[in-house]
Design a binder for this molecule. Structure first.
Ligand SMILES: O=P(O)(O)OC[C@H]1O[C@H](O[C@H]2O[C@H](CO)[C@@H](O)[C@H](O)[C@H]2O)[C@H](O)[C@@H](O)[C@@H]1O
Ligand SMILES: [Mg+2]
Length: 269
């Protein structure tokens, strides 16, 4: 099994002791995408989803009777482009856009007016710096500065100043070489809470796996449902019950989990 480091006494320890078939029937997986399932790349468009990951996710989704969701900052359209051969349950745009198990896109419009008012002002300030990439997702706007990391402080200060005019409605998230402007009324925790109210997630124990500050709301919601949280990367995090060192380790861990479920079913037959 790849190196999943578990905090002593965490609920994850108890889950880990369950028989494979019991675990399979009890578990719900909430998986962040960038930096957790797939390796980071120079631009949002240049990431690669390995075929093997696609197979593992699809297999786990079947094994968990559908209780697997992708929870991401990306837009739903972008998720469907990346994972083009299957439509997963998705909490996109940090929870601003959702496709639940009923396969119906649910779009929340609250607070979006504030974002629409701010959009032209963000577009106006961007040419002040070289190498910025604007990713307008509709319900959130990402400003990537990976190509010019030196601008971080000045850009952040400017964006904070812009957002101050819509402070009741909007917030600034800090990701990996990216600042994101999003409405305040949702986060990844809402995705977990919403899905845990409906089948097939309901009654299961959630595990949220993420790599970023923006995942902490999802991690906290998972723990609040008596589940656990795993942080990917080298940051220690008090909210995390376990740690995986890299997206490659996450992929390997998910694959091992799927194999363990498969063996459990075979053993029970
Ligand atoms: O919640 P996530 O699934 O982790 O998505 C977070 C953001 O990921 C993407 O940006 C990040 O990944 C890019 C590709 O590796 C990288 O170039 C960029 O620097 C990262 O910040 C995505 O473009 C954003 O929309 C997501 O919010
Ligand atoms: Mg991530």
């Amino acid at each position: 099994m790849p190196p999943l480091e578990l905090q002593p006494g965490s609920p994850a320890m108890r889950l880990n002791r369950l028989e494979p078939d019991e675990l399979r029937r009890r578990l719900a997986l909430f998986l962040d995408i960038d930096g957790t399932l797939i390796d980071l790349a120079a631009t949002p468009q240049s990431v690669v989803v390995p075929d093997t990951l696609m197979i593992v996710l699809r297999t786990l989704e079947l094994q968990l009777d559908g209780a697997l969701a992708l929870v991401t900052g990306r837009s739903l359209t972008d998720v469907d482009r990346l994972f083009s051969t299957h439509r997963f349950v998705v909490g996109a745009q940090h929870g601003g856009e959702m496709r639940g198990p009923a396969r119906q896109p649910r779009q929340e419009l609250i607070f979006v007016a504030a974002l629409n008012r701010l959009r032209p002002r963000v577009e106006t300030i961007l040419p002040s710096w070289k190498g910025l990439l604007l990713e307008d997702k509709g319900r959130s706007i990402a400003i990537h500065y990976r190509q010019n990391p030196g601008v971080a402080y000045e850009l952040k200060t400017t964006l904070h100043r812009l957002i101050a005019t819509e402070a009741d409605a909007l917030e600034l998230l800090e990701g990996k070489f990216v600042f994101e402007i999003k409405p305040k009324n949702f986060d990844k925790g809402d995705v977990v809470r919403a899905l845990m109210m409906v089948a097939p997630f309901k009654e299961r124990v959630p595990i949220f796996i993420g790599d970023d500050e923006t995942d902490r709301a999802g991690m906290a919601a998972s723990r609040a449902h008596s589940g656990c949280a795993i942080r990917v990367g080298d940051k220690r995090d008090l909210l995390a019950d376990g740690f995986l060192p890299s997206p490659a380790a996450t992929r390997a861990w998910l694959r091992e989990l799927s194999i363990r479920f498969d063996r459990g079913v075979t053993a029970a037959q």
